[in-house]
Design a protein around this ligand. Structure first.
Ligand code: COA
Length: 185
């Protein structure tokens, strides 16, 4: 079987998902680790920013897929902050957890650290929020299980995400309005 056929077949006849059964943040929380190698370097000898972005997208997608048990597509990188450089030889850890779930979309919060395994110094190097949309066999958005807090700590995380989402909608509307205004110039 050629690999394209295998991929196509794998995502047909997906198992049913109980959409009444909420899932906690802990249910899908994921940490991905990778050593930075020469192939990851930029021209200055640090880790290339695009390598970190790819790691973030790959790792955050795992959380989204675990939560909804469906394929997902990246709909938006909400924020992406590079806080410090990572170096070749560092171990980069990408910590991801679900923060908010809409009808078909999911917001995953990401924290990235780099550890010098010799000195054991750990630095926070990036943070991000990435939004995924679950898709069905026809690659159309499909509903996902709700995010149900397991405890008070998770409840606060979800509430903060709800506030961010409301603010983002407002900013999006203002941005669209500003673009319409700009087009008139
Ligand atoms: C993401 C995508 C599936 C959305 O399709 P669509 O027809 O616009 O879907 P809808 O308007 O029904 O929106 C579906 C959900 O996505 C959310 N969404 C869509 N675009 C979004 C964006 N740019 N930012 C944030 N959320 C977005 C909607 O708010 C909605 O969320 P909800 O169901 O939780 O309320 C479609 O735009 C797409 O396929 N984009 C390309 C994805 C891609 O190729 N990614 C890179 C490689 S994985």
């Amino acid at each position: 079987m050629n690999p394209f056929e295998r991929i196509f077949n794998r995502y047909q006849n997906l198992p049913p998902v109980d959409l009444t059964q909420g899932r906690s943040i802990a249910y899908s929380r994921t940490a991905t680790r990778r050593m930075m190698e020469l192939i990851d370097a930029n021209g200055q000898g640090n880790v290339h920013g695009g390598v970190v972005m790819r790691l973030v997208d790959d790792s955050a997608a795992i959380v989204a897929i675990k939560h909804c048990q469906r394929s997902v597509v990246t709909a938006r990188v909400e924020t992406f902050n590079f806080l410090a450089p990572a170096f070749i030889g560092d171990m980069v850890t990408v910590n991801c957890e679900m923060n908010f779930v809409g009808r078909t979309s999911m917001e995953v919060a990401v924290d990235v650290t780099a550890e010098d395994l010799i000195t054991r110094e750990v630095r926070k190097i990036a943070s991000s929020y990435v939004i995924y949309v679950a898709i069905d066999e026809q690659r159309q958005p499909t509903p996902v299980p709700p995010l149900t807090p397991a405890d008070d700590e998770e409840r606060i995380v979800i509430e903060r995400a709800r506030v961010r989402r409301t603010l983002r909608k407002k900013i999006d509307e203002e941005w669209a309005q500003a673009e319409r205004e700009a087009e008139k110039i």
